[in-house]
Every structure is written in structure tokens, then in C-alpha cells.
Design a protein. Structure first.
Length: 175
């Protein structure tokens, strides 16, 4: 899977502009009612990109941000084989939707190492062993379970959880 394919698939889950005042991601502070309500567009949120004119963000600008901040960050060198496309996409999707640190921790929990949010040799070795012993489908399911569990712990799950759960279900159906 290349970046263009992953971006096309992911952005279809993100949608257009939203400035729901009950969504903490739409506020520059990340806290409802604090900072400026700038919204979210194509998954690019005010709580992460507070200096950006979110409402007028173009798809090409969003694509550049995705590539730089959410795709190129996955350095998984050291595996004895290539990371399967399905898992590459899930890492990318989780980084966009739940944050890079959380995506890294989902992976670490899925493969049974300390979840410090740093991808190093211990994580790479554990991922390699998990893929070898269990296959991509099982590792991806473990990853998605960690992602879904994260969502259920969020205060905003009652309001936004249905959409997050659908996102996970869509991934599960593609395994």
C-alpha cells in the first residue's frame, strides 16, 4: 500500500468541515469552550493545528499534512519481513484519528510490550514475533481491540463512539 492509496481510503472516513462545539478536537485548546472554535476538516483538527485556517483547508493541504505528520513517522525498520499493508494502514488511521502516541501504544499493547509510545527494538522484535507466530489477521485484530478499548474510555464516547466503532468495524471487515 502506498501513501496515495492509504490517503484515499482514510480521507473517505474523515469527511468535510465540522465545527461541532461539543467536540473537543474542534477547539484550539482541545477543551470544550476554551480557545477558539475552528473545527475539523478532512480529519485535520483545531486542537492539533490551532494556527491553521481549518474551514478553508484544501484537500491537497490535508494530504501534505497527512504525509508529513502521520505517514512518514512510521519507521519500522528491523523487521525480518515487510509490514503488511493492512497493518500499515491501521497504524496510519489510528495516528490520524487517535494521535500518534496512542497509535504507537495500541501497537505495543497488541504485541505485548510496555506501552511507552516509543517504537524501538523491543517493539519491532515483538511485532516481528507476533506476525510470525500469529499472522497479520490476528495481530491486526489485537491492534483494533486496543483502539476500540481506547475509544470506550473517552468521555466523549457517548456522543461520538458510534462513529469510532463503525470505523473499527470497517477495518475488521477488510481483514
Amino acid at each position: 500500500m502506498n501513501f496515495g492509496q492509504a490517503f484515499a481510503e482514510l480521507v473517505s472516513s474523515e469527511g468535510g468541515y465540522s465545527n461541532d462545539p461539543q467536540d473537543p478536537g474542534n477547539w484550539t485548546s482541545g477543551i470544550i469552550g476554551k480557545g477558539q472554535l475552528k473545527g475539523t476538516k478532512y480529519g485535520i483538527a483545531a486542537n492539533t493545528y490551532g494556527d491553521m485556517d481549518i474551514a478553508n483547508l484544501t484537500l491537497e493541504q490535508a494530504k501534505d499534512i497527512y504525509k508529513r505528520d502521520y505517514w512518514d513517522i512510521w519507521q519500522l525498520d528491523g523487521l525480518s519481513h515487510q509490514v503488511p499493508d493492512a497493518l500499515v494502514f491501521e497504524l496510519f488511521d489510528a495516528a490520524v484519528n487517535a494521535g500518534v502516541g496512542n497509535a504507537r501504544r495500541f501497537l505495543q499493547r497488541a504485541v505485548g510490550v510496555a506501552d511507552d509510545g516509543l517504537i524501538g527494538s523491543a517493539t519491532i522484535s515483538a511485532l516481528d514475533r507476533a506476525l510470525e507466530a500469529n499472522g497479520i489477521a490476528r495481530v491486526e485484530m489485537w491492534f483494533l481491540a486496543e483502539k476500540l478499548e481506547h475509544y470506550t474510555r473517552l468521555k466523549s464516547f457517548d456522543r461520538f463512539g458510534r462513529g469510532w466503532a463503525r470505523r473499527v468495524v470497517k477495518s475488521m471487515r477488510n481483514i
